[in-house]
Design a protein around this ligand. Structure first.
Ligand SMILES: Nc1nc2c(ncn2[C@@H]2O[C@H](COP(=O)(O)OP(=O)(O)O)[C@@H](O)[C@H]2O)c(=O)[nH]1
Ligand SMILES: [Mg+2]
Length: 199
């Protein structure tokens, strides 16, 4: 799949404002600073579609982007240490409502390839199983590891999160690693659903 157009649609902070669309929704999730915005920009072939930041953001917004054949939802990053317990709970509730009420064709769950998955990452995967949301894991910032270290890390991370080794992909928004693979996974998720609807 080639992305020819990608533009920002809207940012929402609460469930009553979730963007409604007939297009398939692809969601991107992961802790703050894992590289969500950078991955979105890589997929879109744009530098500044999604704002990237050096300091982990505190915004609790879901950003929607129109990618032509699908709508991409950038979920607020979790696990940011400096937010209050009340804010974390609010975020958790928003996430659960999102997972329950928006028909998600595929959720792209990001983890940093250099770090062991956190309890928040595990909670995220548990939610996905619980709500039966199709997902793939993407291990970001692979450019920060030597080439020979990538595969062993994918094995470790997938084991830790109890996900099949076939469901994890390494990516780098610095050198484009994983871009085509992620786009094909999205394309597959979109077309599979269309076929099953026709039956
Ligand atoms: N080396 C490297 N840095 C990355 C990569 N992806 C993101 N970053 C950096 O990590 C920081 C956070 O990225 P961002 O996309 O804003 O993360 P987000 O908070 O998950 O949206 C920024 O400084 C990015 O430049 C990557 O693939 N490789
Ligand atoms: Mg971001």
């Amino acid at each position: 799949m080639k992305i020819t157009k990608a533009e920002f649609i809207t940012s929402v902070a609460s469930a009553d404002k979730f963007y409604k669309t007939d297009k398939p929704i692809i969601a991107v999730a992961g802790k703050s600073n894992v590289g969500k915005s950078s991955l979105i920009n890589m997929l879109a072939n744009q530098k500044k579609l999604a704002k990237t930041s050096v300091t982990p953001g505190r915004t609790r917004l879901i950003n929607y982007f129109d990618f032509g054949e699908f709508v991409l939802a950038d979920l607020p990053g979790y696990g940011y240490a400096k937010v209050s317990k009340a804010e974390k709970e609010k975020w958790g509730a928003l996430l659960e409502t999102f997972l329950q009420s928006q028909k998600i064709r595929l959720l792209v769950s990001l983890v940093d390839i250099r770090h062991d998955p956190t309890s928040d990452d595990k909670m995220m995967i548990n939610y996905l199983y619980h709500y039966q949301i199709p997902f793939v894991l993407v291990a970001t910032k692979a450019d920060k590891l030597g080439k020979t270290k990538i595969k062993p890390r994918l094995k470790e991370i997938s084991a830790e999160l109890r996900v099949g080794i076939g469901d994890i992909t390494a990516s780098s928004s610095e050198n484009g690693l994983g871009k085509q693979e992620i786009l094909s996974l999205i394309e597959k998720a979109i077309s599979e659903q269309e076929e099953s609807q026709q039956e």
